[in-house]
Design a protein around this ligand. Structure first.
Ligand SMILES: Nc1ncnc2c1ncn2[C@@H]1O[C@H](COP(=O)(O)OP(=O)(O)OP(=O)(O)O)[C@@H](O)[C@H]1O
Length: 241
């Protein structure tokens, strides 16, 4: 069983409070849909969990392991993540990207990269430049990399962006298969896609989070399900800010 626990997490950027998360926890076997308006703090929260942003206060724990400078590299080995694509990788070949990825995470590079790409139905050669791939192909490549070290936590920021319907379905199937023994956290503005795969949801607005709620409870408590759960929490935080 893997559990991520977050307590009293705060982060300010340019003198503005971006995150104030009191208590939040995520467990393996569940797919969490993290939803919130643009600029609500979704990516910042996920980057904090991945150790890519250092919070100003509070604590993030993976089971008994507290995330700090000393434990960060151990923490990273448990996490697979895909964030928005940066243009800076476009000039790299796939081969270089793989080398840099495994070096950064201090992991052994798998011998068979064909197998890696088969997981996401990609047919590409290692000498190809990242920039020559379509947006959807790059998404699949980054997902293949994220899951290649069998992480216990999978963090996907907008994983359906740029994917065609086959790519969306393949990603959903992969996520479903992987979720059996992992913590999966996904952000998306597509409630339809989230409704297809998530088992629980949490709303974030103005850097504050709602309680985590099971999909079945969301659908029984709110007429319009996730959309109402989202609207109600956003309205609540708007009234406080
Ligand atoms: N480097 C930075 N410096 C200052 N402010 C920042 C920085 N990065 C993000 N922010 C601000 O932090 C807030 C949260 O941004 P974040 O990207 O986490 O939101 P989000 O919920 O992921 O949004 P979206 O749905 O648009 O992707 C935004 O108001 C953003 O402007």
């Amino acid at each position: 069983m893997t559990r991520i626990t977050i307590e009293h997490l705060t982060k300010s950027l340019s003198g503005r409070n971006i995150l104030q998360v009191e208590n939040l926890s995520f467990e393996s076997g569940e797919i969490y849909g993290l939803v919130g308006p643009n600029g609500a703090g979704k990516t910042t929260l996920l980057r904090c969990i991945c150790g890519l942003i250092i919070p100003d206060g509070g604590e993030i724990q993976l089971n008994e392991l507290v995330l700090d400078r000393r434990t960060r590299s151990t923490f990273l080995k448990h996490i697979g993540s895909v964030f928005a694509q940066s243009d800076s990788i476009f000039d790299l070949t796939i081969d270089t990207l793989l080398t840099e990825h495994y070096h950064y995470f201090c992991l052994k590079r798998p011998k068979d990269w064909h197998e890696l790409l088969q997981n996401v139905a990609l047919e590409i050669t290692p000498k190809q430049k990242i920039g020559s791939l379509s947006l959807g192909m790059r998404q699949r490549l980054l997902l293949a990399l994220a899951i290649s070290h069998d992480p216990s936590i999978l963090i996907l920021d907008e994983p359906f962006n740029g994917l065609d319907p086959d790519g969306v379905n393949l990603t959903k199937k992969l996520i479903n298969d992987l979720a059996k023994d992992k913590v999966v956290i996904i952000t998306s503005h597509s409630f339809a896609d989230l409704n297809d795969i998530m088992t629980q949801s949490v709303v974030i607005a103005h850097g504050q989070t709602s309680g985590v709620k099971k999909l079945a409870a969301i659908n029984s408590d709110f007429t319009d399900g996730l959309a109402d759960f989202y609207r109600e929490f956003v309205r609540h935080t708007n009234s406080l800010n």
